[in-house]
Design a protein around this ligand. Structure first.
Ligand code: FMN
Length: 284
């Protein structure tokens, strides 16, 4: 039986958790393949029996980029699917929402869960020696209790499926709590207001930028271009924060709030997205 783990990761947390889950699931009777949505077209996934989709939680949901990706998945045709997310604080109904989207594509929702990781939105605004930065660096990333719980639930289901039970036997009921949904919507509304109206329009590169173009190649939505050797940011930002955290000179800022603040390079300090775009130079 083949499990395909398909994830998007802006700044390394979800990539790390995808890998962590796969290691925890290794004793299960399944063949596991992990792919990033940036290296894999949604409509051409090849053979798989069960899907596990992973994403960073943005505003109590998955990033809009990821939601759009899911709508292009091949029809589930009764195959099972898990959803897992990584969060900095509160995932709300993010997992249920994504299981619902998978169910709408014909997948049987099998469960999943969210895993607490450093909040890569807030980290760019805190001091390098701050409590939050130290917490992020000091955490024991070899033992993630949330991820162990998710892996345990997945392992139980996968063993049953491998023994020949139908995915329907493991269908997870999706909660329909109105209170929960309203709280999510308020949180998401405020977050998106902050992200779209405030943060996204204030991305810029300071004098440390040497025009290397890495931000152009890193951006998952192709939102950055070099003009006369200087990055310019368009209106397709998620914002995944990748360019901010991975700029080798920490030159990319949101207004003045992130100057000389902490930068996150993933739990092992070595995150590099799998697909790097070619630099595109536009001269004005
Ligand atoms: C734009 C944005 C929105 C976020 N919204 C939430 C949120 O609603 N709840 C939460 O707990 N964490 C939130 N976070 C934190 C991320 O979910 C968390 O840091 C995640 O692990 C990042 O994963 P990645 O490194 O794979 O991109 C947000 C981060 C960003 C950049």
């Amino acid at each position: 039986m083949r499990l395909l783990v398909l994830y998007f990761s802006g700044t390394g947390n979800t990539a790390y958790v995808a890998d962590y889950l796969a290691r925890r699931l290794a004793p299960a009777p399944v063949q596991i393949e992990i792919r990033s949505t940036e290296q894999q077209s949604a409509s051409d996934l090849g053979d798989f029996d069960v899907l596990a989709t992973g994403f960073p939680v943005y505003g109590c949901d998955s990033p809009s980029y990821f939601q759009s990706y899911v709508t292009h998945l091949p029809p589930g045709e009764g195959r099972g699917a898990f959803a897992f997310g990584t969060k900095g604080a509160f995932a709300g109904g993010a997992i249920a929402q994504n299981l619902r989207r998978l169910a709408a594509r014909g997948y049987v929702p099998l469960g999943g869960g969210s895993v607490m990781m450093p909040g890569t939105d807030g980290l760019a605004f805190v001091g390098k020696e701050s409590w939050m930065a130290r917490q992020a660096l000091d955490k024991d990333y070899d033992h993630l209790a949330d991820a162990d719980r998710v892996a345990g639930q997945m392992a139980g289901v996968l063993s049953g499926l491998a023994a020949g039970e139908p995915a329907e036997a493991y269908r997870q009921p999706l909660p329909r709590s109105r209170v929960g949904n309203s709280l999510d919507r308020v949180w998401a509304f405020l977050y998106n207001l902050l992200a779209e109206r405030y943060a996204v329009s204030r991305f810029w590169a300071d004098e440390r930028c040497n025009g290397c173009g890495l931000c152009v190649r890193l951006c998952p939505t192709g939102n950055v271009e070099l003009r006369d050797g200087h990055p310019h940011f368009g209106d397709q930002c998620m914002p995944c924060m990748r360019c901010i955290h991975l700029c080798p000179r920490a030159a990319i800022q949101i207004g003045g709030f992130t100057v000389d603040k902490f930068r996150w390079h993933g739990p092992r300090g070595d995150f590099r997205p799998l697909r790097l775009r070619k630099a595109r130079e536009v001269t004005s």
